[in-house]
Structures are given as C-alpha cells and as structure tokens.
Design a protein around this ligand. Structure first.
Ligand code: GSH
Length: 225
C-alpha cells in the first residue's frame, strides 16, 4: 500500500505549501505535527542536514525542502499540474520561486525585524525586489495563470504571513497604492476557497508573532499545535 506522510508544523508557510500541493492533487497522506522546540527522532532521521519541516515521506523515502517536494508531488501524482507544461514556462516558474525564497523573503523579514536606519535600508531592498513581482503578476489572476501553481504556493508567505507581521510591526511594504497588482493577487489568493481552507488560523499566527515581538529570543518556532 502506498504510504505518504508529511512531517510539518501548523504555522509554517513551507509546510503549508506542501499540504496545499498534496491537496491540489488529491493525495491522501498522514500528517505528523512536529515540535520544532523539541525535534522528533523521525525529523532528525529524515532531514539530518537541515533538521527542518516539511519532510515528505513516500513509501519510507524522505524528501526535504518544500519546493523540491512540490516538484516531486507534481511528477508522481496525476491531477492538476502545479508546474507549467511548457519547458520555458517551467524554467520561469523555478526562477521565480528561487527569487522568492532567496531574495524577497530574507529582505522582507529583515525589514520587519530591524529598526531605525537599518530598517529603512532593508525596506528599500525589499521594495526593489517586490517591484519585479509586481510586474510579473500584472494582468494575471495567479502567477500560474488562471489557476494556482508553484509560484502562488511559494508566494503564500507574502499573501498571508507577512501581511499579518507587517501590520503587527508597523512596516508597510505591499500597499494597494504602491503594489496594486500584488495586493490584488494576495487578496485573490487568500480568498480563494481552496487556499482559505488550508491557511493556519489568523489569531494563532497573530499571537505567535506578538509573542515574538515581546520576546524574540524565546519565540523562535511555532509551538506544537
Ligand atoms: N527551505 C526550507 C525552509 C524550511 C523551514 O525553514 N522550516 C522551518 C519552519 S517554518 C523549520 O523547520 N525550522 C526549524 C529550524 O530552523 O531548526 C523549505 O523550503 O522547506
């Protein structure tokens, strides 16, 4: 019997990417909630290099790193395609998700959690990156076109988690006037019924980041659900 397990954490945007990919494909799986403050032997065994969630375990074989997991899911299971079929479009989707994780996410994160001049510098950097996304999404419903695809799943942190943090720390980045296309995409994305059902509870995310604002050193990981 095919066995699919997902080691995840409820508040993690990376875990949620993978959960959504599995659900888009209609794959049945067992979800194992990880305590990141006290990592399980299973997580350490299956992801000894990074020791992070998500990890997908397919018939006993582990795969780590959310974007790699999603590509695997797309290749292994039938159902709606998550990556485009066209080789050039596939390459572009891979380009954008790399850009999201390597450039946008760190720059936005630094802008949220720094102060003073440093914060202004980080904000400028984040805005420069976001401008590229703004023009990429222009005229499209989703990055994937009419349906949600790899880039939308990967950009989930912008549409949900980072909007919440942005409000809590008072750092405006994606405003309707500066980034109308990206704002519209974010609304469309989080309000699509499929995504809405698969996002973590807003109050719980807010409580976690409020705790992080009060005590950053003691609030590293989402507490176990
Ligand atoms: N690049 C990884 C990032 C995964 C990641 O950062 N996961 C966090 C949870 S949001 C984690 O497991 N952190 C544990 C740690 O840093 O030790 C991916 O895309 O899967």
């Amino acid at each position: 019997m095919v066995e699919v397990k997902l080691l995840g954490a409820w508040g993690s945007p990376f875990s949620r990417r993978v959960e959504m990919a599995l659900k888009l494909k209609g794959v049945e799986y067992e979800y194992l909630e990880e305590d990141l403050n006290n990592k399980s032997p299973l997580l350490l065994k299956y992801n000894p290099i990074h020791k992070k969630v998500p990890v997908l375990v397919h018939n006993g074989k582990p795969i780590a790193e959310s974007l790699i997991i999603i590509e695997y899911i797309d290749e292994v299971w039938e159902g709606p395609s998550i990556l485009p079929q066209d080789p050039y479009e596939r390459a572009m989707a891979r380009f954008w998700v790399k850009f999201l994780d390597e450039k946008c996410m760190p720059a936005m994160w630094k802008a949220f959690w720094s102060t003073g001049e440093e914060r202004e510098k980080n904000k400028d950097e984040a805005i420069e990156h976001l401008k590229f996304l703004e023009s990429e999404i222009k005229g499209k419903k989703f990055f994937g076109g009419d349906t949600i695809g790899l880039v939308d799943l990967a950009a989930n942190f912008i549409a949900y988690w980072f909007r919440i943090i942005s409000e809590l720390v008072g750092v405006e980045l994606i405003t309707d006037d500066k980034f109308p296309n990206l704002s519209k995409w974010a609304d469309e994305y989080i309000n699509s019924s499929f995504v809405k059902e698969n996002l973590p509870d807003k109050d719980k995310i807010t409580a976690f980041f409020n705790a992080r604002i009060r005590a950053p050193d003691e609030t590293k990981y989402f507490p176990k659900a």
